[in-house]
Structure formats: structure tokens, C-alpha cells
Design a protein around this ligand. Structure first.
Ligand SMILES: NC(=O)c1ccc[n+]([C@@H]2O[C@H](COP(=O)([O-])OP(=O)(O)OC[C@H]3O[C@@H](n4cnc5c(N)ncnc54)[C@H](OP(=O)(O)O)[C@@H]3O)[C@@H](O)[C@H]2O)c1
Length: 246
């Protein structure tokens, strides 16, 4: 931990971060630069079960969180329970507000969100993509089409061009996200942008989980319900499972 209580990666985490793509030192950038921050502004697109739970956890960890909905007036109870760091707005307002965006919507909404907000999202330090294509909810054909294009992860990056996307929390239920989160639970993450991965790792640590980088966004296809990485695993178990996946 650093002086301000934020996560500083040890050698093991550095190796995990470096495993995801181009070398960290190539541009003279230190991951500690990205992690040396205090309170961030986090906007959520989606404030349902999972977006509400994650936003609340980040607000309680000291970040300013703006939840969004197409009906922000419906978020009063959520804002009240998340405490003084929380507020609610429209999707436009949350996108403008956040340095970091949590994308927590049905996957069928992602393409349109990219059309409406892609330029603004590309300017953010991190878009954490928690959204999943789910056949029962989104339709078999839709999910097949996402998978044919490389799966969620690559498709999110395609629909949000230029955004610094990291997939995470995709198969950890809203009931497990919160003040009682167990330290031993790992969160598999996938991303191509080293700074965004470092920032996502720092944030995940702050709310009591252990980030484990399993690879670039192409590995995002395994970060969803129904895959071997779904559910709750220790970091060591995640590494072991991820080693069997391509
Ligand atoms: N629930 C879980 O435990 C869990 C765990 C991991 C991942 N996930 C994933 O997280 C995503 C959200 O799941 P959830 O369970 O939180 O769903 P939910 O409770 O139904 O909430 C969905 C949220 O998405 C918003 N939304 C829907 N369409 C939108 C659009 N076109 N533009 C902007 N916002 C839109 C809704 O906002 P409005 O108020 O505007 O309708 C609502 O806040 C899904 O992809 C799911 O697979 C869920």
C-alpha cells in the first residue's frame, strides 16, 4: 500500500500487469503514475443491481460517484444509501462527470451507447466493462453475433473506439460486491491498455478484491457467466484456470 492507502503493485502484480500486452517501460511510463491518485470521479452507465452495488462500493471507498439512468429521479434511494459521495444524473451527465466510467448495462445497449457517447468515452482514463451478452436476456442470435466478432471485450472496444476498456466483475454477483467483500476473492480482468489495467487494478483492490489480469481484451470472452472463470475464485485458482484457456 502507498502512503495514501492506494494499491501499489508488488513484483507479482507487475508481472501480471506486464503479461497483458506491450512492455510497461516502453514509453518510460511507470504504473505508479496511474495509481498515484486520491479521489476519482466515477460515472456509471447503468445503476441497476450490479451498477448500483459497484458504485456504492466505490462511493464508500471515498470516490465521487454519479449513478446514471434514463430516469435519474428513480435513483434517490440508491444515492441515499450510497452516502455523501454519491449523486445521480442522466447518462450524458455521468459521462461528462467521470474520469472513470463503469459500463453496467445489458450488452444490447453497448453499441448505441458507443454511438451516442463514444467520443467522450474515448477521453476517459478507464471504461470498466462489466456488461455481458446473455442469451436468455439478449437473444441467442445477438450473443452468437458478438461471439463471432471475438466476444465481449473485443466487441466493446469495437463499439467504443479509442476507449481504454478493461473487463472486470463480469461474473461476480451484485450480492458479493460491497462492504463485506471477502479479500480472498479474485477478480479476473482483461485489457489491452496498460495504464487502464493499472488503474482498474487499483480500484478493484480498494473495494476489497484481488485483481488478476488474465490477458488482453480477447480474453474478455471468458469473463462472463457460464465460463470456467465465472463465479468466485481465489487469485491462485484464477491463474490456474486462465492458463488452460486461449
Ligand atoms: N446482476 C449481477 O449480479 C451482475 C453481475 C455481473 C455482471 N452483470 C452484468 O451487468 C449488466 C447489468 O446487469 P444488472 O443486473 O445490473 O441489470 P439491471 O438491474 O437490469 O440494470 C440495468 C441498468 O442498465 C441501464 N440501461 C439499460 N439500457 C440502457 C441504455 N440503453 N442506456 C443506458 N442505460 C441503460 C438501466 O437503466 P435505466 O434506469 O435507464 O433503465 C439499468 O440501470 C448486465 O450486462 C449483466 O450481465 C450483472
Amino acid at each position: 500500500m502507498s502512503r495514501d492507502g492506494h494499491f501499489e503493485p508488488g513484483r507479482r502484480e507487475m508481472l501480471r500487469l506486464a503479461a497483458g500486452g506491450a512492455g510497461l517501460v516502453a514509453l518510460g511510463w511507470s504504473p505508479l503514475d496511474a495509481l498515484a491518485q486520491t479521489s476519482l470521479k466515477i460515472g456509471t452507465i447503468g445503476a441497476g443491481r450490479e451498477g448500483g452495488a459497484l458504485g456504492t462500493a466505490f462511493a464508500k471507498a471515498g470516490h465521487k460517484v454519479m449513478f446514471s439512468s434514463r430516469h435519474p429521479e428513480a435513483l434517490k434511494d440508491l444515492v441515499a444509501s450510497a452516502g455523501p459521495n454519491a449523486s445521480a444524473g442522466t447518462v450524458d451527465q455521468a459521462v461528462a462527470f467521470g474520469d472513470v466510467i463503469l459500463l453496467v448495462v445489458p450488452y444490447t445497449a453497448v453499441e448505441q451507447i458507443g454511438r451516442d457517447h463514444g467520443k467522450a468515452l474515448a477521453a476517459k482514463r478507464l471504461v470498466m466493462d462489466i456488461s455481458n451478452p446473455i442469451p436468455r436476456r439478449d437473444g441467442e442470435d445477438f450473443v452468437k453475433s458478438v461471439d463471432a466478432q471475438g466476444g465481449p471485450g473485443l466487441v466493446t472496444a469495437k463499439w467504443l473506439p479509442g476507449s481504454h476498456v478493461v473487463r472486470g466483475f463480469n461474473a461476480i454477483g451484485s450480492a458479493s460486491v460491497g462492504a463485506d467483500a471477502k479479500k480472498s476473492i479474485g477478480v479476473p480482468i482483461a485489457g489491452d491498455d496498460q495504464q487502464a489495467v493499472a488503474l482498474a487494478s487499483s480500484l478493484i483492490k480498494e473495494i476489497g478484491f484481488e485483481p488478476v489480469l488474465v490477458g488482453g481484451l480477447a480474453m474478455g470472452k471468458y469473463l462472463r457467466p457460464g465460463t470456467p472463470l465465472a463465479g468466485e475464485h481465489s487469485p491462485a485458482e484464477i491463474e490456474k484456470i486462465a492458463a488452460t484457456l486461449k
